[in-house]
Design a protein around this ligand. Structure first.
Ligand code: 9D3
Length: 262
């Protein structure tokens, strides 16, 4: 038995239940079969159920798309299978409409970030709707959707990859999902700064040495160096992130020293 397994504690918090509505439910094996998200699911921190609107069609060809009123290129998702899939989701969640939080992954949504992930971790019953084609009928959104989320200003082929991005970010924040409690707090963006550079063996790689401070064993100096690297890289690469922060006296001093070095 590994150290991780022997130290594992049973979960004492109510698990997050997520129903995903998607025409391509198998895509979510990327979450359920691999890595931290897979472990969180098998540990019971998160219950994930993918529901396919196609299973709720009633015609011979299992039609899930239809033409837009007003004409134009492209198709929309038919409303009826979506509504039935939402109802099936509520049954699986064992909750009423008011007790569920329904989000729609959409290019028209709010930009998803660490704060959005934090908000979603507070929900216990989530329904995540993934669009395909050109999207869904606006009246379905008005009737069923609490929030629309985008993952950024670029065109993708559907809501599945964005939904997995959102769920992976959410899962990492669930208590117990990361082996080491500190890891969640050290994740980039949690303190508003970019991560510092990291090094592993060998000590010299193609003539490039590991920074001497990391070999010094002086943990106070190592912590300061890492913080200074985080501050400096954020200044150089993402000054917008620095603008949004109130720096401590120590952080100001380390950043000033970084500026003087460059
Ligand atoms: C190219 C078609 N577009 C203009 C006619 C509209 C459009 C419809 C459907 C564009 C993309 C999509 C599919 N995308 C998503 O469902 C999606 C998405 C995205 O494309 N980018 C960033 N976040 C998201 S969340 C859902």
């Amino acid at each position: 038995m590994t150290e991780e397994e022997s130290l594992a504690q049973p979960v004492l918090v109510k698990p997050t239940k997520v129903a995903v509505l998607s025409l391509f439910p198998e895509m979510f094996e990327a979450l359920s079969a691999w890595g931290i998200s897979s472990r969180a699911i098998s540990d019971g921190l998160l219950h994930l159920n993918c529901i396919n609107p196609r299973d709720f069609t009633t015609d011979k060809h299992q039609t899930v798309d239809d033409r837009p009123y007003g004409g134009g290129p492209g198709m929309l998702m038919r409303v009826d299978p979506l509504v039935k899939a939402v109802e099936a989701s509520l049954e699986w969640l064992v909750c009423s409409r008011d007790e569920a939080h329904i989000i729609y992954m959409s290019p028209q949504g709010q930009k998803f970030d660490a704060k959005g992930a934090d908000q979603l971790t507070k929900r216990t019953n989530l329904i995540v709707i993934c669009g395909r084609y050109e999207g869904v009928d606006e009246r379905f959104i008005e009737e069923f959707v609490d929030e629309e989320w985008s993952i950024g200003d670029y065109v993708l082929s559907g809501g599945e990859l964005p939904a997995m991005v959102v769920l992976d970010a959410l899962i990492r924040k669930l208590p117990g999902a990361l082996g080491d409690i500190q890891s969640a707090e050290q994740d980039s963006f949690e303190d508003g700064l970019l991560d510092c550079p990291h090094y592993t063996r060998p000590e010299v790689f193609r003539g490039r040495e590991v920074p001497a401070v990391l070999l010094s064993g002086n943990h106070k100096r190592i912590r300061q160096w890492r913080l200074q690297q985080s501050l400096g890289r954020t200044l150089l690469r993402r000054p917008d992130l620095l603008d949004a922060l109130e720096l401590s006296q120590e952080q100001k001093a380390l950043l000033d020293a970084f500026k003087n070095e460059i």
